[in-house]
Design a protein around this ligand. Structure first.
Ligand SMILES: NC(=O)c1ccc[n+]([C@@H]2O[C@H](COP(=O)([O-])OP(=O)(O)OC[C@H]3O[C@@H](n4cnc5c(N)ncnc54)[C@H](O)[C@@H]3O)[C@@H](O)[C@H]2O)c1
Length: 330
């Protein structure tokens, strides 16, 4: 099949692109390269630098595509709180242009990268897909608004759309050739590993007075390659006429921030002292997915779900590429 992958030069996008290519599909990447890296895109894919809100580029790229994988967007919670307009513009308004162009070109299948942030602070864990969606930050709100647009397009135009709600994505391509290269980095595993690789002595954990066993936040981590495998299954399903739906993607098991720091030390063989800082606004105490629906309906099974495996893969990437992809541009 031929897929258009927006945001395909980013962390999750680049790994998804390689997974799709390995499965024999044809991939066109559309990415502004504002946050992504051309160097991260497998050479077998065609890459076009451009914006998902640019109708002319979409008119050029969409004809002949079987489905669109929409990963492009801004992802930083704190930035979304400080500048919500930027998030609503990039994560809601611009992708609306994509949806309208898809309808006009008869591309009837979409897989969208949504997030556990749409659930806000859940009353019940593990979280099921029909739990209330009450985001507590502008980022989560922007992703939910796009989900709602997608639902209306499905109702009005028969769009077959899968919305994938990811929990905390971690890890790297297992041989260390593709990985996470965000600036600023806000995710705990790459931040701890970078601190360890740089020989920093201290690492700050945000809050230890949450209602969890050790007082720090608990999160459900999913390996980026397992996530990419779920994208492939979802794209193949809607791209060949199958139904859409909404699916949580996590491992169904939570780890506290302190457990994650200890696992990073175990894997890397480096120690870092922990400072407890204030809570970060809008951080739910516990986010753990039920992924039963993805297993039953997509036939998805995580293969690298063990936390140490995720950290080993991430460590291989970070320790051999201390500047991420940035070294490619020096
Ligand atoms: N990383 C996570 O843990 C996580 C968790 C839940 C959901 N998500 C979602 O997954 C998606 C990918 O996340 P990521 O971690 O790979 O982020 P990323 O920043 O590495 O990748 C996003 C890519 O989108 C591109 N982009 C941004 N705006 C664009 C636009 N208007 N037009 C074209 N390209 C544009 C960027 O240049 C970048 O390459 C995002 O939509 C994010 O909301 C990520």
């Amino acid at each position: 099949m031929r897929f258009l992958v927006t945001g395909g030069a980013g962390y999750i996008g680049s790994i998804t692109v390689r997974t799709l290519l390995d499965a024999g599909h044809e991939v066109i990447v559309l990415d502004t390269l504002e946050k992504g890296w051309r160097e991260a895109v497998d050479r077998r894919a065609r890459v076009e630098a451009g914006d998902v809100g640019d109708r002319k580029i979409l008119d050029w790229l969409l004809p002949g595509c079987d489905a669109v994988m929409h990963l492009a967007g801004y992802i930083e919670v704190a930035e979304s709180q400080a500048d919500p307009g930027r998030y609503f513009e990039n994560n809601v308004s611009k992708p609306l242009t994509l949806l309208r162009a898809m309808v006009d070109h008869g591309v009837g299948a979409l897989v969208f990268s949504s997030t556990a942030a749409v659930y806000g602070i859940p009353a019940v864990v593990p979280i099921l897909e029909d739990a209330p969606t009450l985001p507590v930050n502008a980022y989560g709100s922007s992703k939910l608004m796009f989900e709602q647009q997608v639902e209306w397009f499905a109702a009005a135009h028969g769009l077959r759309a899968v919305r994938l709600r990811y929990f905390n994505v971690a890890g790297a391509w297992p041989d260390g050739t593709l990985g996470e290269s965000h600036d600023p980095e806000t995710h705990i595993i790459p931040r701890v590993l970078r601190a360890m690789a740089d020989g920093q002595e201290r690492f700050e954990v945000f809050g230890d007075d949450y209602p969890t066993p050790d007082g720090t936040c608990v999160r459900d981590y999913i390996h980026v390659c397992d996530l990419a495998g779920a994208h492939r299954l979802a794209l193949e399903r809607v791209g060949s006429g199958g139904e859409g739906g909404v699916f949580n993607l996590g491992n169904g098991r939570g780890y506290s921030n302190l457990e994650v720091v200890r696992a990073c030390a175990r894997v890397s063989g480096r120690e870092v002292a922990i400072d407890i800082g204030p809570r970060r606004a809008g951080d739910p105490p516990v986010l753990v997915a039920s992924h039963a629906r993805a297993q039953a309906e997509l036939g998805w099974t995580p293969e690298r779900g063990d936390l140490d495996t995720m950290i080993e893969d991430a460590w291989r990437w970070h320790s051999t590429n201390p500047n991420g992809y940035a070294f490619c541009r020096i």
